[in-house]
Design a protein around this ligand. Structure first.
Ligand SMILES: Nc1ncnc2c1ncn2[C@@H]1O[C@H](COP(=O)(O)OP(=O)(O)OP(=O)(O)O)[C@@H](O)[C@H]1O
Length: 254
């Protein structure tokens, strides 16, 4: 992370810019994951480009979380190749990562020191996520939404080249959702990859650059957003229609 700064003119501290050209893509080939007799991933090929907002969307049980966790190295593939560049990946929200007994500011100091982050970046993250108002609160006493944003702030201390998040907006209030979405958009605009796993594509419609629909552990559609000739407001509907039509085809085969 270095060089020019994002100038989004929104009055918030700028996010230092990363040159996506200097980051390799994440590549997955023939990825299979079996849990006992459940085939969670049935041979997935996927490329995640740097600097893009990439949504992995699919219904419950389609394999999104398994795919995301495999990219993060948290799940061992049964077969196939996962090539993650020699770059920093970041994630949050799977389980709390903060120290409950420390304040927000002290948590940031600890994680910032581990990540060798500079103080200006910690302040930027604090302001961008709207955490500055709770900086002196004990982390264990924060509300659910602030607690989750704190974990995201801690993951961001190392300024990951790719930020991978599983249903990041679940259970957040509408204002918090909006601020988080704006942050994720700004982080992408500053050259970082953002990879979201969700079954609610509609919430991310105005941000998505690349869409991968996952169904029954396989990729049903993998396409740049620009090649889909539908307005943002119809993206969720397009996804649901694709799933319904794939489900009725597989019913027909059965
Ligand atoms: N640790 C596990 N042990 C056994 N089966 C698992 C495990 N994790 C996931 N599965 C199974 O693998 C399949 C894919 O699950 P996964 O959580 O990846 O789907 P998902 O698309 O993220 O679903 P959701 O939207 O409900 O979170 C499901 O059938 C699930 O029950």
């Amino acid at each position: 992370m270095a060089g020019r700064e994002a100038t989004d003119g929104d009055g918030l501290p700028d996010i230092p810019r990363l040159d996506p050209g200097a980051v390799a893509p994440i590549r997955v080939e023939g990825l299979r994951k079996r849990y006992g007799n459940v085939l969670a991933l049935a041979g997935v090929d996927l490329t995640v480009e740097p600097g893009a907002f990439h949504c992995l969307v699919g219904p419950n049980g389609s394999g999104k979380t398994t795919l995301l966790r495999t990219l993060l190295g948290l799940v061992e593939p049964s077969a196939g190749e996962v090539s993650v560049p020699d770059a920093r990946l970041g994630t949050a929200f799977q389980r709390p990562s903060h120290y409950d007994q420390l304040t927000v500011a002290d948590n940031l100091d600890v994680f910032g020191a581990l990540a060798d982050a500079d103080a200006a970046w910690a302040e930027t993250v604090l302001a961008r996520l709207g955490l500055d108002v709770v900086r002196d609160r004990i982390a264990g006493e924060l509300s659910g939404g602030y607690s989750r944003k704190l974990d995201l702030a801690l993951a961001l201390q190392k300024a990951p080249a790719y930020l991978l998040l599983d249903e990041p907006l679940g259970e957040l209030d509408d204002v918090t959702k909006l601020r988080l979405l704006e942050f994720l958009g700004a982080y992408r605009d500053a050259g970082h990859g953002v990879v979201i796993s969700t079954h609610n594509l509609g919430q991310f419609a105005s941000y998505v650059d690349h869409l991968t629909i996952v169904h029954d552990g396989a990729v049903l559609l993998d396409t740049p957003r620009e090649s889909l000739d539908v307005p943002d407001g119809e993206l969720q509907e397009l996804y649901v229609e694709r799933i319904l039509s794939a489900a009725s085809e597989s019913d027909g085969e059965g």
